[in-house]
Design a protein around this ligand. Structure first.
Ligand code: SF4
Length: 237
């Protein structure tokens, strides 16, 4: 017998929850719309949204201790496993950054995503200078931890902008750079402005290594963690 879609079933009493959202729920909802963010909470129409969102925003340290605990736990359970963490900018909370660095990841990755001119369009809410500062501070505090960053190309950046951004990232002592072609995941995402030719990606690799990056992974299919194992090896040399 065909099973009717779940929404046509009357909900049993135990699944009817009193909506607990108040002011903080509304604040968070506004923030999501302002930054054009999507969450699994909304996409899944989770019945706990009122309660969860009313608790307010992020962890006080931006989740840094979760990164650190995860690194420690993986080290304990899988000795020898290489660990790369892809971290946010912690909104400039440098104590949070140090919590992650103290856990000694094999690679500390923080994506720059695009050139500074396109930040408003591509990385709403992020600050290019803050990302650069994060890379600089990481290297200064823990030179033994390889740092990594990356950009997606094809969003409207000029070649000169890519090169000057690469130069600035290299100047922070950043060890690894990834460059890949942006592909529009859904119609709601930014459109592709151009497809960068593989020859141009190859040129960025040569120029990037001359700028001082120990490893540049550059090509249309490159993504942030593509070939990550090889990068960790070369950045330690
Ligand atoms: S339980 Fe809370 S955090 Fe998890 S999806 Fe539902 S609302 Fe979001």
């Amino acid at each position: 017998m065909p099973v009717p879609p779940p929404d046509t079933h009357p909900r049993p009493d135990w699944l009817r929850v009193r909506f607990l959202g108040g002011e903080r729920y509304q604040d968070l909802k506004r923030l999501m719309r302002t930054l054009d963010l999507h969450t699994v909470c909304e996409s899944a129409r989770c019945p706990n949204m009122g309660e969860c969102w009313e608790h307010g925003d992020d962890q006080p340290d931006g989740g840094a201790h979760i990164f650190a605990r995860t690194i420690e736990e993986i080290r304990r359970r899988v000795p020898g496993c290489k660990i790369e963490v892809l971290i946010p900018d912690f909104r400039g909370d440098w104590n949070a950054l140090h919590i992650v660095l103290e856990a000694s990841p094999d690679v500390l990755n923080h994506n720059t995503e695009t050139v500074p001119r396109l930040y408003r369009q591509v990385r709403k809410g992020a600050v290019y200078e803050r990302s650069v500062e994060l890379l600089r501070r990481s290297k200064a505090a823990h030179p033994e931890v390889p740092t990594k960053t990356g950009m997606m190309l094809g969003l409207g950046e000029e070649k000169e902008e890519v090169l000057s951004t690469m130069q600035e990232l290299a100047a922070q002592g950043t060890d690894i750079l990834t460059l890949g072609q942006y592909l529009q995941p859904t119609r709601e995402h930014l459109p592709i402005v151009r497809y960068v030719h593989p020859d141009e990606f190859a040129e960025y690799k040569i120029l990037g290594e001359a700028m001082g990056f120990k490893h540049v992974e550059s090509g249309p299919l490159v993504r942030s963690s593509y070939h990550a194992f090889d990068q960790a090896e070369s950045a330690r040399r």
